[in-house]
Design a protein around this ligand. Structure first.
Ligand code: AMP
Length: 367
């Protein structure tokens, strides 16, 4: 992995008065670019040719400068990295960066300062490490089964990588597991390699909540285990085809049994549950500091299922801005209590970079 010193070296050559915020034109780029603009930054969009028209069509989010590529992974070329250096670019990573450029390439080949802690990529990308991180933080996760022979209740089967729920399924027995998995391999939905590495989890019934947090080392501490503040910037719920399965009643067509994420809905949660929501965020940051100091920096999301009888169960952590935050370019029902002005996650990131430039601590929040 590219070292902190190497990134510090690049950052040292940057003109701090001309820092630009850059991102890949996908995922949450409109929000990131809009937020950067609100905080007075110049912006750079790394964009494939076919998307330039789209990003040009939103004047309040349009990047000041495009770096046009044939495919997103071309951002790694020497020429494009030099262009980013010349523009004093700090990159804001998101799910599409990881998906299209590859976590290994981002860790090892992208010598451009990125907002947050690059080391978290390794922890969020590996389900075993995620479990160590979250369970170690005292959070409850769904039980996991080593293989299909031990299935004795409903399970949820998932595949690795940022695939947005595509191909995931439920099963009540080993026979059902085998049959559904084979169907998916046959149609090419799931590769043999992915099938071998499938994660078999306890199916968790309840309501899904996706909590969008932000951790800032520059604000007054919220917990004893850390030096900064955990902010709840918003909550969403993903929209998946399965959510509308009732529309096919009484004989629900097979196509409805699809967990692919297609959008997001805003939600608020009962206020009496907020102490626990905050505690989960604080403990997640606290344990990250112990495991990979300086730990989680900036935006992250805990993806949970809540049931009144069993409480919150966390099935995933995203250690960066999530697409659900696209709901709140003008702030959320929670950011309103943190900031006087409309504060999206994208703008919050830009504000943090601005603060880091001002207090000379940029190196702590960029790696
Ligand atoms: P993930 O890729 O882990 O975020 O999962 C995608 C979707 O699968 C989620 O939004 C949930 O609808 C569903 N899901 C994931 N894990 C579980 C689980 N253990 N039990 C029930 N549903 C799950």
């Amino acid at each position: 992995m590219i070292s902190r010193d190497e990134i510090a070296g690049v950052l040292a050559r940057y003109d701090k008065n001309k820092i630009a915020i850059g991102t890949l034109c996908s995922h949450s780029a409109l929000q990131i670019l809009h937020g950067a603009r609100q905080e007075g930054f110049r912006t750079v969009g790394i964009c494939t040719r076919d998307r330039v028209a789209l990003y040009n069509s939103f004047p309040q989010a349009r990047p000041d400068e495009f770096i046009v590529v044939d495919k997103f992974s071309d951002m790694l070329s020497e020429e494009n990295q030099e262009l980013m250096h010349k523009n004093n670019v700090i990159l804001v990573p998101h799910g599409s960066l990881v998906q299209y450029v590859g976590p290994g390439n981002v860790r090892d080949k992208l010598l451009v300062p990125m907002f947050g802690n690059r080391a978290t990529l390794e922890w969020e990308g590996d389900r075993a490490l995620q479990r160590k991180w979250l369970v170690g933080a005292g959070l409850k996760m769904p039980e996991e089964y080593a293989n299909s022979t031990v299935i004795n209740k409903r399970v949820f089967v998932k595949f690795s990588g940022a695939r947005g729920g595509s191909g995931f399924f439920t099963a009540d027995s080993k026979e059902e597991f085998d049959s559904k998995l084979n169907d998916r391999i046959k149609t090419g939905l799931v590769s043999i390699q992915d099938a071998k590495n499938a994660t078999i989890q306890e199916f968790v019934p309840g309501v899904r909540y996706y909590f969008q947090y932000f951790y800032s080392p520059f604000e007054e501490p919220t917990g004893q285990s850390m030096a900064g503040r955990v902010e709840l910037l918003g909550i969403d719920k993903r929209v998946e085809t399965i959510d509308e399965a009732y529309r096919g009643l009484p004989n629900v067509p097979e196509e409805f049994f699809d967990y692919t994420i297609t959008g997001n809905q805003p939600v608020v949660i009962r206020e009496s549950l907020l102490p626990e929501v905050m505690k989960m965020g604080i403990d997640t940051v606290g344990n990250s500091v112990k495991l990979f100091s300086p730990g989680m920096q900036g935006a992250f999301c805990l993806e949970t299922v809540y049931h009144p009888k069993s409480g919150f169960r966390v099935f995933e952590v995203s250690a960066r801005i999530v697409a659900g935050s696209n709901l709140y370019p003008q702030g959320s029902p929670y950011s309103a209590y943190l900031f006087k002005e409309p504060m999206s996650t994208g703008r919050r990131i830009a504000r943090e970079i601005r603060t880091g430039i001002g207090n000379g601590r940029l190196g702590e929040i960029v790696y």
